[in-house]
Design a protein around this ligand. Structure first.
Ligand code: 4NP
Length: 163
């Protein structure tokens, strides 16, 4: 199986994108798949070096997912050549990524929720100023998006992928 690489991007890299990274890692571990490289990053440098927000860690932990070892980093121009799939959590992240991306790599950048055209939300709401319910809603979306991504890979004939 050829290596597939995925980068999740949000603003701070302490809530949505590390949660997305943890969810996809967990899905792959459950399926016994190890052919995907996964990382996450923020468009801002505000939380570089920090672990995920404690509320994101707690929400993930309630679903059996440990993201405590992740550390925030800022997205870098080198990421566009390194990752085949770059998923923005919202339109602000998308705009920053499309500005940063060399033209040849722009097609690698997508909104995460465009993996699920059947549901109305196009952006993963930022839970940073919210409460535990917002973190749960975020995880519900991220789990469905992870399954949609695995289904996309399966449809692209990457043997062994699929929800
Ligand atoms: P994230 O959430 O982009 O999902 O990591 C945020 C984290 C921090 C801030 C905003 C959003 N902040 O303003 O510091």
């Amino acid at each position: 199986m050829s290596q597939v690489s995925v980068l999740f991007v949000c603003l701070g890299n302490i809530c949505r994108s590390p949660s997305a990274e943890g969810v996809l890692r967990a899905r792959l571990a459950q399926a016994g798949l190890d052919g995907i490289r996964i990382d996450s990053a923020g468009t801002s440098p505000w939380h570089v070096g920090n672990p995920p927000d404690t509320r994101a860690q707690a929400a993930a932990s309630r679903r059996g997912i440990d993201i405590s070892m992740l550390r925030a980093r800022q997205v870098s121009p080198a990421d566009f050549a390194l990752f085949d799939h770059i998923f923005a959590m919202d339109d602000d992240n998308l705009a920053v990524l499309l500005r940063l991306a060399p033209p040849a790599y722009r097609s690698r950048v997508r909104r995460l929720l465009d993996l699920m055209p059947e549901q109305p939300l196009r952006q993963v709401p930022d839970p940073y100023h919210g409460d535990a319910r917002d973190f749960e809603h975020m995880l519900d979306l991220l789990e469905r998006a992870a399954d949609a991504f695995l289904a996309e890979l399966a449809a692209a004939h990457c043997e062994g992928f699929g929800p």
